[in-house]
Design a protein around this ligand. Structure first.
Ligand SMILES: [Zn+2]
Length: 185
C-alpha cells in the first residue's frame, strides 16, 4: 500500500506500526505464530566453543545430518545404517545413546568423571544429565560442558569414519574428550 504525501518517504511495518521494523519485532511475531508448540529449550554452555554448542543445539532439535535424517529429507544415500555398529539404522538417538560405541564412551566417561553410570534413551537425556547430579552449580556447569564435548567428539568420530574411513575406538574418543575438555576448560 503506497500513500503519497509531502513528508519524507518511509517504509511501514504493519506488524508494529508504532516502532516500525525491527528484528525484535520479527522474532516476537514468529514466536506468537508458533502457538503452543514450543521448540525444546537449549541451555548454552559458556565455557565450550561455539561449534560444540551449535552441534548440541542442532542435536537437541534433531537437525543433525544423520543418515536417517538425510533420508527424511529425500537425500539419496546408499545406506541408512549406523556407521559405528552397522546393525541398526542411524537416527540421532541411536547414534548418541543406544549404539554400543556410545554406551562404551559413556561408560569410560562416567568412570573418568567419577560419577554414577549414565542412562540415556534420547539425545535430550544427555543434555539433562548435569541436573541429576547433586554437586555444586560450578561442577554441574563443568559436567554439562563435558557432556557437550563428548557428543561433539562422538559426532566427529562418526564423520571421520563416514568421510575418511578412519575408525576410532571408544578409548581414543575418550582421549579426544579429555584433551579438548582440559584445553577448553
Ligand atoms: Zn550403532
Amino acid at each position: 500500500m503506497v500513500r503519497l504525501s509531502n513528508e519524507k518517504d518511509t517504509w511501514m511495518w504493519n506488524i508494529d506500526i508504532k516502532d516500525g521494523f525491527s528484528v525484535k519485532s520479527v522474532k516476537k511475531t514468529l514466536i506468537s505464530y508458533r502457538g503452543s508448540s514450543h521448540l525444546p529449550t537449549y541451555e548454552w554452555s559458556k565455557w565450550v566453543p561455539i561449534k560444540c554448542n551449535l552441534m548440541a543445539w542442532r542435536g537437541n532439535l534433531d537437525r543433525l545430518a544423520t543418515r536417517v535424517n538425510l533420508r527424511r529429507r529425500n537425500v539419496e544415500i546408499t545406506s541408512v545404517m549406523c556407521p559405528f555398529c552397522n546393525e541398526y539404522e542411524e537416527p540421532l538417538d541411536h547414534l548418541f545413546t543406544s549404539c554400543l560405541m556410545a554406551i562404551r564412551v559413556r561408560a569410560t566417561f562416567s568412570d573418568w568423571c567419577n560419577i554414577p553410570p549414565i542412562f540415556a534413551f534420547e539425545f535430550k537425556d544427555l543434555m539433562d544429565i548435569h541436573n541429576s547430579n547433586q554437586e555444586r552449580k560450578k561442577v554441574k556447569k563443568i559436567l554439562r560442558g563435558l557432556v557437550i564435548i563428548t557428543c561433539w567428539c562422538i559426532w566427529n568420530a562418526r564423520n571421520e569414519l563416514v568421510f575418511n574411513q578412519c575408525r576410532r575406538s571408544s578409548q581414543e574418543i575418550l582421549i579426544d574428550i579429555k584433551s579438548r575438555g582440559f584445553g577448553w576448560l
